[in-house]
Ligand binder design. Structure first.
Ligand code: FNR
Length: 186
């Protein structure tokens, strides 16, 4: 059976390096794995419990939730902001966490961070893991992907990762994620 994987992108900007990483994944996935992008988190309003009560969940949240439920795993691809998780991504997770049939519960999750600095968003990874503990997601531990100095590893013309060792690392991590999903589901 083909594993269905979806990517959740933590950056909103047009020229995002993390978007380039996410866009690269479908083309380098191992055999038996299909990878699609989730809708952007850009239009999700700030979490407001009154809005939830009066108007229900925004369509921008429920659309993402439905696709996560239908997927075998989620790859979160995100920058680090101020040593932590970007507010927009945290906001999306906050909305998702309030849904009945919370979609990340028991769901295999893979984290990929990239930044222009040498540390590659590593500090964000462990904050994101902590958040996902509360959501009871099954976050894979290793191998990690920490994309340091990512601006030197992409081709801004194609908008894809170009550095061969980075590509190999990403494919290796996706292969490990496929094995991890099968283990979680067995
Ligand atoms: C950053 N950046 C950054 N980088 C990093 O390695 N650690 C950090 O804590 C931060 N903090 C931070 C805060 C804010 C508000 C911004 C806008 C940026 C730099 C960041 O890694 C860089 O802008 C990336 O290019 C952002 O990722 P995308 O948008 O290219 O995917």
């Amino acid at each position: 059976d083909t594993l269905k994987i979806v990517t959740l992108l933590g950056s909103l900007r047009q020229g995002s390096f993390n978007a380039m990483v996410a866009r690269t994944l479908p083309g380098i996935a191992p055999a038996g794995m299909r990878i699609d992008a989730l809708p952007s988190i850009k239009d999700i309003p700030l979490y407001d419990a009154d809005m939830q009560q009066d108007e229900g969940f925004p369509a921008s949240v429920t659309a993402i939730a439905e696709q996560i439920r239908a997927a075998d795993g989620v790859v979160i691809v995100t920058p680090e902001y101020n040593y932590s998780v970007p507010g927009g991504l945290k906001n999306a997770i906050d909305w998702l966490s309030r849904l009945p049939e919370q979609p990340l519960a028991g769901k295999p999750v893979l984290i990929q961070t990239s930044s222009m600095g040498a540390i590659g968003g590593a500090r964000c990874q462990y904050h994101l893991r902590q958040i996902l503990v509360f959501l009871d997601a099954m976050v894979m531990n290793k191998p990690e992907f920490i994309g340091g100095v990512i601006q030197n590893k992409v081709d801004t013309q194609t908008g894809l990762v170009a550095d061969q060792s980075t590509l190999d690392h990403l494919t290796g991590q996706l292969t490990a994620f496929g094995d991890y999903i099968r283990r979680v589901n067995s």
